[in-house]
Design a protein around this ligand. Structure first.
Ligand code: SF4
Length: 397
């Protein structure tokens, strides 16, 4: 791997880095071990002879963006425009507005390509971290989780059906639906800046006695082992538990809500190992259930549609409106580029259902004055789906 084109001091936030947010906010990062792969961008600008390039960086890199602009302008004959609006993921590529400004190329840092077409030529700039923690601290957690997976597999193979009371009990105990397990492999996943190490870790974990799978997800994901806050499509029935290589709990929370499987975390920055506790997930599920109950008597809903290219789920929003009408309730379609309490709280509706970034409802609902729920949660509130048969994470495929 090429070493950093240049190295800068920064604090990371945003989707690129939401998984690090618990640890990182306000903390300086170890920049010597980060690699900003700007070389390919500079080569592309030179070979295309681009004259106007938009640079899009995660929120935590904005302070250093001017240094990057200087560096690119010094190496090329292009002028760089910073796309200075908030950016939380590759779902949020700058598009037509920059085209109207005459921008020829978008340079998007810290996220990977997903299955969207922004209509603009785009160069994705990887940022990788060379942190290489020992696996020893996480092995006892993985051994416990493997035992849970074996027990679950044995239950699944016994074919015993469970009554609704037991299903609810298990649901609360076991963080989600009872997964249709066919195996007990260890699923190895990570956040994007650590994925270059994933097959090295696979070998180390296999040497420690685990059967390891690096899951390959769908079109929204670029790399083996990659997860996003809105997509865990690599999950397989023969994976019984997970190890997440990364920092913070943003991706782990989503992965456990999506799969219901035990998950351990190994932090490349600190070398610390821990697990995503059932209590934590149970607290989140109780909060979600409380919000569903709070929608019980709601008559009118604002249905939020994200305008960002990789968040727009118009068909889902229209389906929610139709479903509300079927139940004699009113749904108002509200399209927004950015979503925040100050932009929606004042509408005279009883609650909101969110079809934009799924994590807005899951992670931020306490910031809103009215209940903010996911499409699945609306279906439960209206009696179209059952809570007891398992929580369905709101995934964008
Ligand atoms: S839609 Fe997905 S990729 Fe975009 S900010 Fe939300 S979680 Fe991240």
């Amino acid at each position: 791997m090429t070493k950093s084109y240049f190295s800068i001091d920064f604090t990371l936030k945003g989707e690129f880095i939401k998984e690090m947010s618990d640890r990182v906010q306000g903390e300086p990062m170890d920049m010597d071990r980060h690699d900003f792969e700007l070389d390919e961008l500079i080569e592309r600008i030179k070979s295309n002879d681009n004259r106007l390039v938009a640079l899009q960086v995660p929120e935590g890199l904005k302070m250093q963006a001017l240094d990057m602009m200087d560096a690119i302008e010094e190496e090329t004959s292009a002028k760089i425009i910073l796309a200075a609006d908030p950016c939380y993921g590759a779902c949020d590529l700058v598009h037509d507005k920059m085209q109207r400004m005459g921008v020829e190329l978008v340079a998007h840092m810290g996220h990977s390509q997903m299955n969207i077409d922004s209509g603009m030529p785009t160069q994705f700039i990887n940022v990788t971290y060379e942190g290489d923690p020992a696996i020893d601290p996480v092995l006892p957690i993985l051994a416990q989780h493997h035992a849970i997976a074996e027990q679950r597999l044995a239950e699944a193979q016994s074919g015993q059906s469970v009554d609704s009371e037991e299903a609810q009990e298990r649901f609360l105990d076991a963080v989600g639906r009872v997964a249709p397990l066919t195996g007990t492999k260890l699923g190895l996943v990570g956040s994007i800046q650590h994925l270059h190490l994933i097959f090295d870790y696979k070998e180390r974990l296999e040497a420690a006695g685990f059967e390891v799978e690096v899951p390959v997800g769908g079109a929204r994901l670029t790399f083996p082992g990659q997860v996003l806050g809105c997509n865990y499509s690599g999950d397989q029935d023969d994976i019984g538990h997970y190890l997440f290589l990364g920092s913070g709990d943003f991706h782990p929370i989503g992965l456990v809500l999506h799969t219901g499987k035990p998950l351990a975390m190994l932090d490349p920055y600190s070398g610390d190992a821990e697990e995503m506790s059932f209590e934590r997930i149970e607290r989140i599920l109780r909060q979600r259930f409380g919000l569903i109950m709070a929608c019980d008597k709601a008559q009118s809903f604002g249905i939020l549609i994200g305008e960002k290219p990789g968040q727009m789920r118009r068909t889902l929003a229209l389906r929610m409106k139709k479903m509300l009408e079927k139940h004699g309730k009113k749904g108002y379609l509200l399209a927004l580029e950015h979503i925040g309490p100050e932009l929606i709280d004042f509408y005279p509706v009883d609650a909101f259902v969110n079809t934009a970034c799924p994590r807005i409802a899951i992670d931020d609902s306490v910031r809103y004055a009215k209940p903010l729920i996911t499409p699945f949660e609306l279906e439960v509130a209206l009696g179209e789906k059952q809570w007891e048969t398992g929580y369905q994470f709101d995934e964008i495929p």
